[in-house]
Design a protein. Structure first.
Length: 523
């Protein structure tokens, strides 16, 4: 029986860039409900009603319903319920959320050609996540040990360090292996189990979206619109994972801590097209259809990860890793349908349905650059990351979004709004981050943790006051979502079931309050 102790280096975070992993990609591909206070107050269910600047980013035909030009700007405040500020992340954050204009130009008796521009934050990454639980017969170091022992990756010792072969030997495993106690006589390594763990994470950043729209109408019954969007990702996250380690006799020997700082920068663009119909000329009822192309992203990801071994075992008491990785990510197509109706000048109601299949997120590996002499430009080539894409298809699924909203005008100046959103879960019930995939997304993974988020519910409300050419709007949004957090994937030893490395999930919540104020001017 092998008797040398191997310190669990927790495998949680050491790795260079975690991008191109399915869970990170899902974070970059999704959006919040944000925009003008009127749009948010009605739950975003304005795609058929139109005549709001924020519909530029959903159904571009909504801009075709403008009959007057307008400029608007919005500021907001987001607060995470029940969280405590951690490292780079604050519980409450003020942000500049929207600024845009629409120029409406009449081209005929019933014809308009409108152009517009809108900036808005389509995603706010501010989030604090904490979890803790007991571990029984498991640890992140044991996970790396089993992956090597069962041949998930090739491992050998060179120059007093462990090095991996060409398959899924990632940076987390590398760090774990180089903090183990090594028995040169037996040429063997060993793992420590852990009694418990704690995990804390703080994220900040956003996705800035810049939209350019052209829209118009055919008569007063068909409205058409096209929007080109340019997106910019700025994402930062800091994780701290601690495991309390035990000797092979079951005695506490201290803890190991992995600290991971990650930065993701990216840019991309997409195209949105939409149409809105008034099937009955005498009726204000209308319905709309729209489609969004994938967002074609170029991503640059980097991280700095350290391990602190606060035990009396292991070769090293400190280790670090720093890496950078560039790749491409293409989001799925999105399709939407909406209906809207107004009752005189007093009541407007709307409903929207959207669908996007996130199982078709496309991770792509950059394969090189070529030079076009004729156009004097460089072109970058890429190919599908088939291994990671297959994993994505197995754990992500189609997401259904339903939005409903209403606006009641007590008089011509004052309006009250209500809205509700339901967003179905993106993750399959048994989804997990697979650290055995032969993919750059695995090689550059900087953490083992993952969260399977469930359905999202949003409740919105708002008020508006019209001062002639000037409009003042205020909205409140409450978002609630729960999920199952896992510190690492479960791993079963097919040769010896007593060596299984199995943990259980912990329920976590992400509940947020948002206040949003918009100042608009019509001319």
């Amino acid at each position: 029986m092998k008797k040398v102790l191997m310190i669990v280096a927790l495998s949680l975070a050491i790795m260079p860039v975690a991008a191109q992993d399915t869970y990170e990609n899902a974070t970059m591909a999704t959006q919040d409900l944000n925009g003008t206070a009127r749009y948010v107050g009605m739950g975003g269910a304005m795609e058929a009603l139109g005549a709001d600047i924020s519909t530029m980013g959903t159904n571009p035909a909504g801009i075709g319903l403008f009959r007057h030009s307008m400029v608007s700007a919005s500021v907001g405040m987001v607060s995470q319920q029940g969280a405590k500020s951690f490292d780079i992340a604050d519980k409450t954050k003020v942000s500049f959320d929207q600024m845009g204009f629409v120029y409406a130009r009449q081209t005929g008796e019933n014809s308009f050609l409108n152009v517009g521009f809108n900036y808005h934050k389509s995603r706010n990454y501010s989030m604090i996540l904490s979890a803790a639980d007991r571990l029984s017969g498991a640890s992140s170091g044991k996970l790396s040990y089993l992956k090597g022992d069962l041949g998930v990756f090739d491992v050998r010792r060179s120059n007093n360090k462990w090095v991996g072969g060409s398959n899924a030997f990632n940076q987390i495993d590398f760090l774990n292996y180089n903090t183990l106690m090594y028995d040169e006589k037996e040429d063997a390594i060993y793992f420590n189990e852990a009694s418990d763990y704690t995990f804390n994470s703080g994220a900040k950043g956003h996705v800035n979206e810049f939209e350019f729209n052209v829209s118009g109408n055919i008569g007063n019954q068909v409205f058409l619109g096209l929007t080109v969007g340019v997106k910019d990702i700025d994402y930062k996250r800091y994780n701290e994972y601690t495991e309390s380690l035990l000797s092979q006799a079951g005695e506490p020997i201290g803890n190991a801590i992995i600290q991971d700082s990650r930065t993701i920068d990216g840019s991309g663009f997409d195209i949105k097209a939409g149409v809105t119909f008034r099937p009955i000329e005498e009726s204000p009822f209308r319905f709309g259809l729209y489609v969004h192309t994938p967002t074609w992203y170029d991503i640059k990801s980097s991280n700095y990860t350290t391990l602190k071994n606060n035990t009396t075992v292991g070769i090293y008491n400190y280790g670090s890793s720093e890496e950078r990785y560039d790749f491409k990510l293409y989001t799925p197509w999105k399709f939407g349908a909406s209906v809207g109706h107004t009752f005189g000048n007093m009541l407007a109601i709307g409903a929207t349905y959207e669908f996007a299949d996130y199982g078709h997120l496309d991770s792509r590996v950059n394969t090189g650059e070529s030079y076009d002499w004729y156009y004097d430009t460089y072109m970058e080539s890429s190919e599908h990351d088939y291994a990671m894409n297959n994993h994505t298809k197995s754990i992500l699924k189609g997401v259904h979004t339903v939005k409903v909203g209403a606006e009641l005008k007590a008089d011509e100046r004052f309006a009250v709004r209500l809205g509700y959103n339901f967003i179905s879960p993106m993750y399959s019930k048994d989804a997990y981050k697979d650290g055995t995939i032969n993919s750059p997304g695995t090689f550059y993974s900087s953490s083992n943790d993952f969260t399977n988020w469930k359905a999202t519910n949003r409740i919105t409300a708002g008020v508006g006051y019209n001062l002639g050419n000037l409009s003042l709007d205020l909205a409140y949004q409450y978002t609630t979502q729960s999920g199952d957090f896992w510190p690492f994937m479960n791993f079963w030893d097919t040769k010896d079931r007593s060596m299984d490395n199995v943990c259980k999930s912990v329920k976590v919540d992400n509940n947020r309050h948002q206040l949003l104020f918009t100042l608009g001017y019509h001319f």
